[in-house]
Design a protein around this ligand. Structure first.
Ligand code: 2YJ
Length: 272
């Protein structure tokens, strides 16, 4: 799993309004609307009133990432929630959050990023939520995924969440992972649920046959320019983006990518 870097997230908070304008132009939905759709809730029923959310810095493993809690709290604040970052980290941070009246906690270590509702016990994992949120957005960008071939690159937690929802929305899922046992396991799981799915072992061949691509891999340049046409639509929750910068600019309207926004918004709506 990729560890986010300070540079990946330093502009998130200042850019939220512009981010939402671009998201609406790509999907027809705001960040709030994408998250509400992802969790199948009516936008008006997702109310922020009275709920306090605490974001807790975690020092274990490789430690705090500069700007991480600020970015997470900024996104939640933007969505209308009363959010605070605890002064203390780790266990003392949990105590501070509860004493400060938080109903929901957000915290991440090097392996897991969760939202936890203290009142209901509901828990959301960033990987699965990000997959769910991105596919909701991709479904909007594609005017529906029914019967459309969708290539999911990466069978980690984000790719798994994404592939599951693509299949539920009627898309024809193909999965590529550098670790073929991971793609096989995911495809087997989908088939056991009665969803058609296919393992891809040659990424070039897979890319040459797909116009709708989910880049849930942590690799750079995973989608070479020759496979990106005027009809390609890419949902790219993976960090870093697997598309070269000039290609991102050229095909901006059909590439969805952010380091945290959709995942955090979906996590929040999953637990409230
Ligand atoms: O509190 C902090 O500042 C740090 N402990 C945050 C660590 C953030 N964690 C990561 O970047 C992990 N790779 C997990 C992220 C999950 C994204 N899908």
């Amino acid at each position: 799993m990729t560890r986010l870097k300070e540079d990946d997230i330093s502009k998130v908070v200042a850019g939220l309004t512009q981010y939402d304008v671009e998201l609406i132009s790509k999907t027809g939905c705001s960040l709030k609307a994408i998250a509400a759709r992802a969790v199948r809730r009516d936008l008006n029923s997702v109310s922020a009133s009275g709920l306090k959310i605490a974001v807790i810095p975690v020092t274990s493993g490789q430690g705090v990432i500069g700007g991480f809690t600020t970015a997470v709290a900024g996104i939640l604040d933007y969505l209308g929630f009363d959010t605070f970052i605890t002064q203390n980290s780790d266990v003392a941070g949990i105590a501070e959050a509860v004493q400060g009246g938080a109903g929901v906690l957000f915290a991440a270590d090097d392996h897991k990023f969760i939202a936890f509702n203290l009142r209901t016990g509901a828990i959301a994992d960033n990987g699965a939520a990000t997959g769910q949120g991105y596919i909701t957005a991709l479904n909007q960008m594609c005017c529906g995924l029914t019967e459309k071939p969708v290539l999911v690159i990466g069978a980690g937690p984000v790719g798994r969440g994404a592939a599951g929802l693509v299949a539920k929305l009627g898309g024809l899922v193909s999965v590529y992972d550098i670790d073929v046992t991971a793609s096989r396991a995911l495809v087997d799981e989908l088939r056991q649920q009665g969803q058609p799915a296919k393992v891809e072992t040659d990424l070039d061949y897979a890319l040459s046959r797909h116009q709708v691509i989910v880049d849930a891999s942590p690799a750079e340049d995973v989608i070479p320019p020759r496979y990106i046409t005027e009809r390609t639509i890419i949902a790219a929750p993976g960090v870093p983006l697997g598309v070269q910068a000039d290609q991102h600019g050229k095909h901006f309207d059909r590439i969805l990518h952010d380091p945290l926004q959709i995942g955090v918004a979906t996590m929040c709506f999953l637990v409230i």
